[in-house]
Design a protein. Structure first.
Length: 404
């Protein structure tokens, strides 16, 4: 295939981007590559803009510097630098070809051949590039695949996977977002055959990709395919695909941790430790599994008691996990969060010495408050505190007399 544009978008999609214009002024032969081109073609919001250039990294850095653009050498050995314009970072990589791969990392050499660079990429829909004037270059029939909703490896699927086993998980990420047709027999066979190679990946990268899969608007079919091919078990034996289907059907939000909580069949803390989830993700996953199921016929008193002991958001998520009853979720959203009106100093003010007795009395009064549906105000709780303190003092006094 010659280096000829497959199509030209008019007007050029990024013509009004002043920061990008400065980079193109410094590197006129550079093109936008990868996800930004793909998403423009399917009319999706573009998150990050990455570029490629035929210039060696040192020459690219020099040209940017002469244009007054700050350059961060983020990975010069692999041909990557970051140009910072108006506080925005643009990753720019010199065109490359693979010299050697080991299933995760590649030894690369630089090239000025756009086609050679494109054909080393993972999927055809990621092998597109776009020039400043909106010309789109397609060396692997990625445009046709994008239009057909087909996620296809560039070249032989088994070869692409053997170069980097992370591509197995990346396949399902893109299938969940862009795929409308199932993989062909060769792709399915390559995905199955590559499962042992997943052991070479760091758990951090595995979780990063799994999280992205679960964050897709509609990952159900993709995750079920992962289970069918054995990939899901190879990644995380504790996960089951089946619960994801009714959760999505209920209209639950595209929340990866909520979906993970539905799929997890095992101890959440152990799972989080093994895959090295962030503290925030780990804590939320543990809470979601520990939060009680909200009874669908619960009265307001029951809901107030639950709101007093658990986070509102976690209770609503728990409803999603139990079927997503809309009325119940709305009631949880609108009920006022009850707050127990007493503190330890209220007990001490009655003459109770600081220590275990203070906590015991607070817990007793709070139990009374909960049993009453969390509606007793501060005055009522103080009265109950005084009653219980007197009762406790009387019991203690009687016990002391019996000992004597």
């Amino acid at each position: 295939m010659t280096d000829r544009a497959a199509l030209t978008l008019t007007p050029a999609p990024f013509a009004g981007d002043a920061a990008l214009a400065r980079i193109w002024d410094a590197l006129p032969a550079a093109r936008i590559v990868g996800g930004a081109v793909r998403d423009v073609l399917v009319d999706r919001a573009v998150a990050d803009i990455d570029l490629a250039t035929p210039l060696p990294p040192e020459q690219a850095a020099e040209a940017l510097g002469q244009a007054g653009i700050r350059v961060v050498p983020t990975g010069l050995a692999h041909g990557t630098l970051t140009a910072v314009v108006d506080g925005r970072g643009f990753e720019i990589t010199t065109l490359r070809r693979d010299v050697q791969t080991d299933g995760r990392h590649a030894v690369v050499a630089f090239t000025d051949d756009w086609r050679e660079d494109a054909l080393r990429r993972d999927f055809t829909i990621n092998a597109l590039s776009m020039a400043r004037d909106g010309s789109v270059f397609d060396y692997a029939e990625g445009i046709a695949d994008l239009r057909a909703g087909r996620v296809r490896f560039v070249g032989d699927p088994a070869t692409r996977i053997a170069e980097d086993y992370l591509r197995i998980l990346r396949y399902f990420r893109f299938q969940s977002r862009y795929g409308r047709t199932p993989p062909d027999a060769a792709t399915q066979a390559a995905l199955r055959a590559g499962i042992p190679g997943l052991a070479q990946l760091s758990v951090e990268r595995v979780w990063m990709e799994l999280r992205r899969i679960l964050a897709a608007p509609d990952p159900g079919e993709g995750v079920c395919l992962m289970a069918q091919l054995g990939v899901l078990h190879g990644v995380a034996p504790e996960l089951r695909a089946e619960p994801l289907v009714p959760l999505q059907a209920s209209g639950a939000p595209a929340d990866p941790i909520l979906r993970l909580a539905a799929m997890l069949d095992g101890d959440p803390a152990s799972f989080a430790e093994r895959l090295k989830l962030s503290n925030e993700d780990r804590d939320r996953l543990v809470r979601l599994r520990a939060t009680p199921v909200v009874p669908p016929d619960a009265d307001d008193a029951t809901l107030r008691r639950l709101l007093a002991d658990y986070r509102r958001a976690d209770l609503i998520d728990r409803v999603w996990l139990s079927g997503g009853d809309a009325t119940l979720r709305q009631r949880l959203k609108t009920l006022e969060q009850p707050v127990f009106p007493l503190e330890g100093r209220d007990v001490v003010a009655l003459g109770v010495a600081p220590g275990k007795a203070v906590g015991a009395l607070l817990r007793a009064v709070r139990g009374w408050w909960l049993e009453g549906g969390c509606v007793a105000d501060r005055d009522a709780c103080l009265a109950e505190l005084n009653r219980q303190a007197c009762a406790t003092a009387a019991i203690t006094q009687n016990a002391s007399k019996e000992v004597k």
